[in-house]
Design a protein around this ligand. Structure first.
Ligand code: GZL
Length: 329
């Protein structure tokens, strides 16, 4: 008799769980999503992927473009709360300043799921999880590729000195990705047996945009035209803008100045195929499917990991032609 009761209990339990699962899946979930803006090829690919994945998962998506302003993201999240959405997703443009609005979401019992960039909050329970990319490892991969390239090609300082001079185009000030890529690059450099042969000549934000990347590279060249050996651009769009500046200064990109960046967007593959860039470390924007799968699990009451990274590789000019047809963004 006990066994039957146990089986009955289990089957009733399973039926309720299945029903709640199907209830959540079948019910038109409404998810509010606050995106940073459209500052780069990468961001546009990320947005397109989120919208496509929402459609594929029958999610009613309320999408907001913050035009690069944190205050617009906060306003959008407050609107989602008022609209009583089932879940709120957002890409934190900078790492701090989110505690108050996330407390409002918590009071409204609306779960928050982060995409792409990290945030720093006083209470980790203010968000359920983060789907995204490992910017620290991306920064380490940039230096490791560069160190290997310099030695394989016996690259010498252009000015005849004893230091390989590096300039860095940083991302948006205060963004977790800027901090992560910078720390990863600097830690890998400090740990390299060749650390004494490198010097960081200048480092300044280009705010992840083509235009600012070109402008800041112009200023680097104004003051150090004949000393710069390497450009590390924290995204491909800034590298593409810098290439314009390098050519305008009468120098040969990828030869006079080695160019390595992050993202792996189509534009940098075209530049590598034209011999104007040397390498890119992939940062995968195609996070939409994983985001909505995780959102459904959260709404079904399932436990999810606090942080999940998507897969990423490293691509150089040598393989760009062969890899380009396989690129999805
Ligand atoms: C990376 C992402 C960054 C990209 C840039 O995770 O947040 O923002 O590297 C984009 O291209 O602007």
């Amino acid at each position: 008799m006990k066994l039957v009761k146990a089986v009955l209990a289990v089957s009733i339990g399973a039926a309720i769980a299945a029903q709640s699962m199907s209830a959540v899946q079948a019910k038109d979930l409404t998810i509010g999503f606050s995106q940073i803006g459209a500052e780069s090829e990468w961001r546009i690919a990320n947005t397109n992927d989120v919208k496509a994945a929402a459609a594929k998962n029958n999610i009613n998506l309320k999408f907001s473009d913050a035009q690069q302003k944190q205050e617009n993201q906060i306003k959008a999240i407050r609107t989602f709360i008022a609209q009583k959405v089932d879940l709120i997703g957002f890409v934190p443009i900078v790492a701090t300043g989110w505690d108050n609005i996330l407390r409002e979401a918590k009071r409204a019992k609306i779960p928050v799921l982060i995409m792409d960039r990290d945030l720093t909050v006083s209470d980790p329970s203010l968000y359920i999880a983060k789907i995204g990319t490992d910017s620290y490892t991306e920064g380490r991969k940039v230096f490791d590729w560069l160190d290997d390239y310099i030695h394989k090609n016996n690259v010498k300082p252009r000015n005849g000195g004893d230091k390989i001079n590096i300039v860095i185009l940083e991302g948006t000030v205060g963004a977790s990705v800027t901090t992560g890529r910078g720390n990863g690059f600097n830690d890998a450099l400090k740990e390299s047996p060749n650390k004494d042969m490198y010097k960081i000549l200048a480092s300044q934000t280009g705010d992840f945009t083509y235009q600012k990347g070109q402008e800041v590279m112009e200023s680097f060249l104004m003051s150090n035209r004949n000393d710069i050996d390497v450009l590390f651009a924290m995204n491909d769009d800034m590298a593409l803008g810098a290439i314009q500046a390098i050519e305008a200064a009468g120098l040969v990109p990828a030869k006079d100045i080695i160019i390595v960046s992050v993202d792996g967007v189509k534009g940098i593959f075209q530049a590598m195929m034209e011999g104007k860039a040397n390498a890119t470390v992939e940062c995968n924007p195609l996070q939409g499917e994983l985001f909505f799968e995780t959102a459904k699990k959260i709404l079904n009451g399932e436990a999810v990991p606090k942080s999940v990274f998507v897969e990423e590789g490293v691509f150089s000019a040598e393989t760009a032609k062969e890899v380009f047809p396989t690129r999805k963004y």
